[in-house]
Design a protein around this ligand. Structure first.
Ligand code: MN
Ligand code: MN
Length: 305
């Protein structure tokens, strides 16, 4: 994790230079850019509709392989065999009559040669669900769209109680909001404990032995690391609108849910601020929104319904 692509920092620099008048108190708490990052596989800002509010970027792109799909965009971590994050827009036309088209998750054919493709059975007997990030229920317009959510680049090991509880309740809420006429720009991912860090070297590295993991193989390169929590950020904009429509009153939702067997069923108790999640994950979300606006709306916990 923690990449910020050259493009990302370039954008930050341009904004910083171009918006000197914006240098208000709220900028002071933002850390200054770290050392120039190693060039990494970071997708261009705005390359996909799913990234219309910005590509999540951090200071270490070496553990990210970005895969752009019609249905969503993945930052894949080939060392943890998990996504770092998945980003997608949810709009009412994504919702149709197609049900769950698959029972089995498949390796992602878009992964580069030499990168292990996780199999459905790697999760078997591990005590964790195949936890969708971009959910099946948010891609029901066509069989292709739905099938795309059943790739293992779109899942993390997630406790059933949270997958079928609070996490799912936020997914249902999101579908309702899309039906009400909102477009939702969503990013979801996991957080891993320090032993699972994959950005210790400039080339990236496998997690250490202590990193909790599941899998069918004893080969550390084929183990699936278990996140300590899963998180999601959502921006709600009027249907058909993009980054230009974000204002000081644009609602943002951010949650972090511990990956525990006993977690409860309502998502609201897991609400945090986007700023808090940015600090936890190292990612900058909604980076195409002006820094001034980000500083304002990312500091507010969601208080709506
Ligand atoms: Mn799920
Ligand atoms: Mn941000």
């Amino acid at each position: 994790m923690k990449p910020i692509g050259a493009l990302g920092w370039a954008a930050v620099f341009v904004l910083a230079i171009g918006c000197d008048l914006d240098r208000s108190e709220s900028h002071a708490r933002r850390p200054s850019p770290p050392r120039l990052p190693t060039p990494g596989p970071v997708v261009a800002q705005g390359e996909s509709v799913h990234l219309a509010l910005g590509t999540p970027t951090d200071a270490s792109p070496q553990d990210e392989i970005v895969l752009v799909k019609p249905q969503y965009v993945v930052s894949y971590n080939r060392f943890r065999n998990n996504p770092n994050w998945v980003a997608w827009r949810l709009t009412s036309s994504d919702l149709g009559s197609v049900g769950r088209t698959q029972r089995i998750f498949s390796p992602d054919p878009q992964l580069p040669a030499g990168v292990y493709g996780v199999h459905h059975r790697d999760y078997s007997g591990g005590g964790y669900d195949h936890g969708h990030l971009c959910p099946s229920a948010e891609r029901t317009a066509t069989v292709e769209d739905n099938a795309a959510t059943f790739l293992t680049t779109n899942i993390v090991p997630q406790r059933h109680a949270i997958n079928a509880g609070a996490w799912e309740s936020l997914e249902r809420w999101s579908v309702e909001k899309a039906r009400e006429g909102w477009d939702l720009f969503i990013v979801a991912g996991g957080l891993w404990e320090q032993s699972c860090a994959t950005d210790r070297t400039p080339q990236g590295n496998l997690p250490s032995e202590g990193c909790p993991a599941i899998g069918r193989s004893a080969d550390p390169a084929r183990r699936v690391s278990i996140p300590v929590s899963t998180w999601k950020v959502i921006a709600l904009v009027q249907r058909g609108q993009g980054v230009e429509s974000v204002t000081a009153t644009t609602p943002l939702v951010a949650v972090e849910m511990p990956n525990e067997a006993g977690s409860g069923s309502g998502w609201q108790r897991y609400v945090v601020t986007v700023d808090a999640l940015e600090a936890r994950t190292g990612y900058d979300f909604f980076s195409l929104v002006s820094r001034t606006l980000q500083s304002h709306i990312e500091a507010l916990p969601y208080s709506g319904r």
